[in-house]
Design a protein around this ligand. Structure first.
Ligand SMILES: *Cc1c(COP(=O)(O)O)cnc(C)c1O
Length: 424
């Protein structure tokens, strides 16, 4: 352990030395470079700049909500809402949570929304609310979703990542014959999918599901409300890990479920009320409430930087390809233009299959501005190997790294990649 601490602190010094030569914009985002051992791995423990000050205000999620008279309380208890916003009891729904849900529901033109303590909790709440026996899921679905479905013993029927309507239809019809009740079978879409970013024929699949009178759920985390509006395309329920782009700085762990129909919202809200799983820190909700306004600006900057990093990777002899639907050479490019129009921060790099894994990993460890970390969408650039459990869609040969382009100065990121690439 001590050796590891020393190693991390030496690496930290290297990062600080590298940062000293970066532009002010990059320095603002990374300074002070904290030794992960000293801050338990959390990059902005005191909040970013003025955020620390703002986090002193708000309801702080107090559990007792006060009522002037018994009658006011009785009315609130009956409908689950206090007259001043929030709930009759402070754990599941604070006024801050209420405000952020209204804001996001309006952006998606949904009937309403609920907020959960993480993106995964939002997915779990949605699936639990309808308790299906089987779910049609894409092969490139967000990994932890599989763990959740296994745990609940819900049958997973996988369709190919980037499925066409013709590939999807027979799978759905077969599943429908095995699970004839609407309640028993859920159609789940995530696009572009995790790690490899294939895009299915979303509109075609929705039409097929609607024809079969099945409920559709879409994980819209990649796109956020800025790039795609699932409900406008006919999806019944959209789920977003607002941990990612909406919060934007890695300090808003949360997930939002947006329902198109009042009856679906009622079922999801009842699920949350029954389990008490809806408690989200009011500081998280306040941050989200304000940062939603800058999501588009940030996303555009992430996308611009990602495009230039992709260009760099494509010129390197150690790379066989880059997985990103933004590329004209991607088989999903036409769908990408039709549904999303512009990219985000994410892309995956496929390394030459003859390169030893150790060498690719040494490249990762030689980077100074890209941190090894899960959960993307924040200000810092990140990198992580892609370990996907695919059943029907094979992965390309070679080591795959997923990159998240942060908000740093692009020139600094390129300089960092160039110095680390000397290892390859
Ligand atoms: C990150 C992520 C989630 C889960 O979000 P958490 O807030 O980390 O639980 C869900 N879906 C997708 C596609 C994600 O990338």
């Amino acid at each position: 352990m001590e050796g590891k601490i020393l190693e991390a602190s030496i690496k930290c010094e290297a990062r600080r030395a590298f940062l000293a030569l970066c532009s002010p914009k990059t320095r603002l985002l990374h300074d002070p470079v904290a030794d992960p051992y000293a801050v338990c791995g959390h990059p902005n423990p005191a909040g970013l700049g003025d955020a620390a000050r703002f986090s002193q205000t708000g309801s702080w999620g107090q559990s007792s909500v006060l009522f002037p008279k018994l009658e006011t309380y009785r009315t609130a208890d009956k409908c689950g809402r206090a007259p001043y916003g929030g709930a009759e009891y402070g754990v599941p729904l604070t006024p801050e949570a209420d405000a952020v849900c209204r804001k996001i529901a309006a952006l998606h033109k949904g009937h309403g929304a609920v907020i959960c303590p993480s993106g995964l909790a939002a997915i779990a709440t949605t699936v639990d609310a309808f308790s299906p026996q089987a779910v049609l899921i894409p092969d490139n679905v967000y990994g932890p979703m599989l763990r959740f479905l296994n745990r609940r013993r819900i049958k997973q029927i996988r369709y190919p990542a980037g499925a066409s309507a013709d590939e999807f239809r027979p799978l759905l019809l077969k599943a429908r014959s095995e699970y004839p009740l609407r309640e028993d079978l859920l159609v789940y879409i995530e696009a572009p999918g995790s790690g490899t970013f294939e895009i299915p024929d979303i509109d075609g699949m929705i039409a097929i599901a609607q024809n079969a009178k099945l409920r559709t759920v879409m994980d819209n985390t990649w796109a956020s409300h800025v790039r795609f509006q699932p409900l406008e395309h006919g999806i019944d329920i959209a789920v977003q890990a607002t941990t990612k782009y909406e919060g934007g700085y890695g300090d808003t762990p949360s997930g939002i479920v947006i329902a198109k129909h009042p009856q679906d919202l009622r079922i999801i809200a009842a699920e949350l009320r029954a389990t008490g799983n809806g408690a989200v820190a009011p500081t998280t909700c306040s941050r989200l409430y304000h940062r939603i306004d800058s999501t588009e600006e940030r996303l555009n900057q992430h996308a611009g930087t990602a495009a230039r990093l992709i260009e760099w990777f494509l010129q390197q002899p150690f790379v066989t390809g880059v997985l990103s639907p933004t590329l004209a050479t991607s088989p999903y490019h036409e769908r990408f233009l039709r549904y999303f129009g512009q990219g985000n921060s994410l892309f995956s790099v496929v390394f030459r299959p003859d390169l030893p894994a150790k060498q690719v990993e040494a490249f990762v460890d030689a980077l100074n501005l890209f941190w090894v970390a899960e959960s993307w969408g924040g200000h810092l650039s990140l990198v992580l190997p892609v370990h996907a459990k695919r059943e029907v869609t094979p992965l390309p040969d070679g080591y795959i790294l997923r990159f998240h382009a942060g908000l740093e100065d692009c020139q600094d990121l390129l300089r960092d990649l160039n110095q680390a690439a000397r290892i390859l």
